[in-house]
Design a protein around this ligand. Structure first.
Ligand code: 8YV
Length: 312
């Protein structure tokens, strides 16, 4: 069987994927630190990876026979797609199948942070409720003004959910979409200025790096909440910490961070944030569907068929 490599640990979270891969390929597991095998790498004809694992010229040099990079995830900002293209290496991702899941988490984070669910849970568990009575009042979510930064599949799914909460919606992105009826604002600052909730759901990478900066956070304002389910790189984390500490925004719900799995102590210690360990797609059903797409792309590529979900 053809030899392939697994170079990212998230892949092994996909139910059944590894077994399926092993029944069709000779699989080299190189996702653990120190497990890279230079000799085996030279024979691998495909690489499976996922967000957060850098795949660039160095990787392609180390895997000279690899003609396909099958990524487990929709975001491919960690892959140098231009370099892959230059070398004739194909890249696939897993769009669509995780859209609802990530949008659900975005809404969940919005409710969790505005209603302070994490504090409430600890309050009941610790017995504080019995001793101290009611908690301070929280912020109403339904009817909020919501800004969607990045109106791709996930942004649209968040918008649909937000509409069911009677939210007043607008969006921003690099260019308006003629057939999109939602109000468009040309900049993140303008979007933040008219939002109580700013949902970050655009792609990561150089073009969106620190798109949410100190100025955007200032525009979001002391009553505004930031929700990030995209990439940590989109938000200037230092500026976010400063804004939270100064009270220039009200709070944040974060699934992604600049240097995962490292999270600044200031965020860990802040009562104004709800934090998740990058779990937007992390359910059994969705990880299974993502794994299935990875498998189908590999299968198609080795059979010389059209790729199912090519990136480039
Ligand atoms: C994955 C993601 O968990 O799809 C994406 O872009 O960020 C997640 O679904 C990630 O690729 C795994 O590290």
């Amino acid at each position: 069987p053809p030899e392939i490599a697994v170079i990212s640990s998230t892949i092994v979270t996909a139910p059944d994927l590894l077994d399926r891969l092993k029944s069709h390929f000779t699989v080299h597991l190189m996702h653990e630190p120190g497990s890279y095998d230079a000799e085996a790498a030279k024979r691998c004809r495909a690489i499976t990876t996922s967000g957060g694992t850098r795949v660039d010229a160095g990787t392609f040099d180390a895997f000279p026979e690899a003609g396909l990079v099958a990524s487990f995830g929709v975001g491919y900002d960690s892959i140098d797609v231009a370099e892959a293209k230059r070398r004739g290496i194909r890249v696939t991702n897993t769009p669509g199948v995780l859209t609802d899941e990530v949008a659900d988490l975005a809404i969940g984070l919005a409710i969790a942070v505005c209603r302070d669910l994490v504090t409430g849970d600890a309050y009941v568990r610790s017995g504080a409720w019995e001793r101290q009575g009611a908690l301070p009042l929280k912020r109403k979510v339904s009817g909020m003004r919501a800004g969607i930064l990045g109106l791709g599949g996930i942004g649209l799914a968040i918008a649909r959910r937000a509409a069911a909460f009677d939210m007043d919606l607008a969006w921003s992105g690099p260019r308006p979409k003629p057939d999109q009826p939602l109000p468009y604002l040309p900049s993140a600052v303008e979007l933040a200025a008219r939002s109580d909730l700013l949902f970050v759901c655009c792609p990561g990478g150089a073009e969106t790096r620190h798109l949410v900066n100190a100025e955007v956070l200032k525009a979001l304002g002391p009553e505004g909440y930031l929700i990030n389910v995209a990439r940590g790189s989109v938000v200037d984390e230092r500026a976010l910490v400063a804004a939270l500490e100064a009270g220039s925004i009200a709070g944040a719900g974060l699934d992604v961070f600049e240097e995962e799995p490292k999270v600044p102590e200031a965020l860990k210690n802040s009562p104004k944030v709800v934090l998740q360990p990058h779990v937007g797609s992390a359910t059994v059903a969705t990880r299974r569907a993502m794994g299935d797409l990875v498998f189908r792309n590999l299968e198609a590529w080795f059979a010389g068929r059209e790729l199912v979900t090519p990136v480039a």
